[in-house]
Write a protein that binds this ligand. Structure first.
Ligand code: HEC
Length: 121
């Protein structure tokens, strides 16, 4: 975990800035391609903060309560979006099932992929 030296708040603030940049680029690309896919990672961040961060940490870096979701070999690295969605929707080991729509699950998975792509924390 390379974030030891950072306070969680500054890691979150940097993450928000980077996501805003990614979302802006994505929306330009999506518009260029005529698709309406922009913003799902940004929406996923909001969902993650409310539904997941209490256990997994705001940067998905893991806490005493739950494992990291990003990093080498972590779920965002090795699992498909579908598998991430299934584990969240059905519960996984000590994690209780979450009641999220398929769209919410896809947005959360998109968010995890963005922070994984950004550096795997
Ligand atoms: C109440 C605490 C809690 C909450 C809230 C929670 N999780 Fe978890 N999660 C866990 C724990 C604990 C594990 C590890 C379960 C195990 O290995 O037994 C886990 C495991 C996972 C896994 C599977 C990890 C693997 O090894 O494949 C994924 C993916 C995941 N969580 C994503 C999420 C997402 C996305 C959310 C929000 C929608 C979320 N979790 C909310 C506690 C939580």
């Amino acid at each position: 975990m390379r974030y030891h030296w950072m306070r969680q708040g500054s890691a979150l603030a940097i993450g928000v800035l980077i996501l805003a940049g990614i979302a802006a680029v994505m929306s330009i690309n999506a518009r260029a391609a005529g698709l309406d896919t922009a913003g799902s990672a940004a929406t996923g961040m909001t969902i993650f903060d409310f539904e997941c961060a209490s256990c997994h940490g705001y940067a998905a870096e893991g806490t005493d309560a739950a494992p990291a979701l990003v990093g080498d070999g972590a779920p965002a690295d090795v699992l498909s979006t579908e598998d991430i969605g299934c584990r969240v929707a059905e519960g996984f080991g000590a994690m209780p099932a979450a009641t999220l729509s398929d769209r919410d699950l896809a947005d959360v998975a998109a968010y995890l992929r963005e922070i994984q792509a950004f550096g795997g924390i």
